[in-house]
Design a protein around this ligand. Structure first.
Ligand SMILES: *Cc1c(COP(=O)(O)O)cnc(C)c1O
Length: 460
């Protein structure tokens, strides 16, 4: 069909003389290149992903990674017997990550790839629930956490588990270890500590939380495990702040999730859930599938999933190794620090996370220094006009009246881009000071590009 049309001008072809169907199932067919053009052109309005500093996710891939993704488009990761080497690469990634996170027996513990941290978090939470029940737990299970990503609210709702979110204290931006124990009881299946908070990018004090739970147990209280949501921190701190203890070095940490498609550098659709020891993943959650004449354990919410993400994750692991990841992540921190310093120098902003590797992820988080002639929603809106997507949103419960702004700096963001952004921030601030926005602009109108279930809180 397309051959016959090759000599015609694309935009004069039938199918482009009217708008593409949008509601009912399309009654007729289109030439492939016409349909392609329609879809391609509509997506021009999506903006440029590398200028989206609201997301934590990978927006830059090298040519080799793209080639591997392309070559594995047709591979279903669940077909372990049919694609044994894809299954093998997944197993190797699990062992590598377990080793990176100091699992006591990294070669033999259990873990799995997932579609992202959300699925991995749910698997970690479900395992904690099954372990609690095996210990004789009954009644309504609960878990305790600080300000968390929306996946934990989903976990609570979908699986009927009470979420006990500790409100922020006035002087803190993360869960305070001293507040944890008061929220725990015999039905607490786990405490979730976030290593790289969604709101600010800051690391929660996992060691402090763990020590508080040690004291609770030593005093005759329940023995409550910790799950670490290291969605974005899990592939940073091991390389750039190895002295920070947040992983399986803390015996109370029984499971960890991370997003391969965030700081792991893998393409979208890669997450990891790793258990401290085999025995931390209850057998009821494991199903066996055929694998090279034997069987292989699986424990996922999905059945079919693309295999390319895991294949490409493995590529990054062997390509970069510890030295390479350290180099790459350090370079991203340097750009982050450069942006933070530049923003500080502009005057109206106070940094809440300035990108120090031992404090949090490669993100800058700031608020206004006192009253200014504009607010951060206005600034976010202005910056959008130049193509920058930077979220403004309220802090979580306890400090919900404060507005902050956050820029996540990722692989592929250069010093030059940071300088362009700084110049644009300066220009927008000048404009806003000269021509203040109408204050009637609502948050949804000025910052509606976030993807959260809760309006205006960026969870991407
Ligand atoms: C991004 C994120 C998640 C969700 O991860 P996905 O990979 O997007 O499913 C969960 N927790 C935290 C802390 C995150 O930053």
């Amino acid at each position: 069909m397309s051959d016959t049309a090759d000599s015609d001008d694309l935009f004069a072809l039938p199918g482009l003389d009217h708008a593409a169907p949008k509601a009912g199932f399309p009654p007729q067919e289109l030439f492939a290149q016409v349909a392609y053009e329609v879809v391609h052109d509509e997506l021009l309005l999506d903006g440029v992903s590398r200028m989206n500093l609201a997301t934590f996710c990978t927006t830059w891939l090298d040519d080799s990674a793209r080639r591997l993704m392309n070559e594995s488009l047709d591979k279903n990761i669940v077909d372990k017997d049919e694609y044994p080497q894809t299954a093998e690469l997944e197993k190797r990634c699990v062992r590598m990550i377990a080793d990176l996170w100091h699992a006591p027996d990294a070669a033999n513990t259990l873990g799995t790839s997932t579609t992202g941290s959300s699925e991995a978090a749910m698997l970690g939470g479900l395992a904690a629930k099954f372990r609690w029940r095996a210990r004789g737990g009954s009644g309504t299970p609960n878990f305790v956490c600080g300000p968390v990503q929306v996946c934990w609210e989903k976990f609570a709702r979908y699986f009927d588990i009470e979420i006990r979110q500790i409100p922020l204290r006035a002087d803190r931006l993360t869960m305070h270890p001293d507040d944890v124990v008061a929220h725990c009881d015999a039905n607490t299946i786990m405490v979730v500590a976030t290593f790289g908070q969604t709101f600010t990018g800051l690391f929660e004090d996992v060691a402090g939380v763990s020590a508080a739970l040690d004291r609770l147990h030593a005093g005759g209280g329940p023995d409550i495990p910790v799950h670490v949501d290291a969605a974005s921190g899990g592939f940073l701190a091991p390389f750039t702040a190895p002295e920070v203890e947040w992983d399986f070095r803390l015996p109370r940490v029984r499971s960890i999730n991370a997003s391969g498609h965030k700081t792991g550098l893998a393409p979208l659709g890669a997450g990891w859930a790793i258990w401290r020891e085999k025995s931390d993943l209850p057998a009821e959650l494991i199903f066996d599938v055929d694998y090279l004449g034997g069987s292989m354990p699986t424990f996922n919410l999905n059945f079919s999933r693309p295999g390319g993400q895991v294949i490409t994750q493995y590529y990054w692991f062997i390509r970069l190794g510890r030295t390479g990841y350290t180099r790459v992540q350090s370079a991203i921190y340097e750009v982050t620090r450069h942006l933070a310093e530049g923003l500080s120098r502009l005057g109206p902003f106070e940094m809440m996370h300035d990108g120090r590797p031992e404090r949090g992820i490669t993100a800058v988080c700031w608020r206004l220094r006192g009253e200014q002639g504009f607010n951060l929603y206005d600034l976010s809106d202005r910056l959008r006009g130049r193509g920058w997507l930077i979220a403004a949103y309220p802090l979580p419960e306890g400090r919900e009246n404060e507005t902050i702004m956050r820029a996540v700096i990722r692989h592929g963001f250069t010093h030059d881009m940071a300088d362009l952004l700084l110049a644009d921030v300066q220009r927008c601030v000048n404009q806003l000071e000269r021509h203040p926005f109408s204050t009637s602009l609502t948050r949804a109108e000025s910052g509606g590009f976030t993807h959260s279930a809760k309006p205006a809180v960026p969870n991407a």
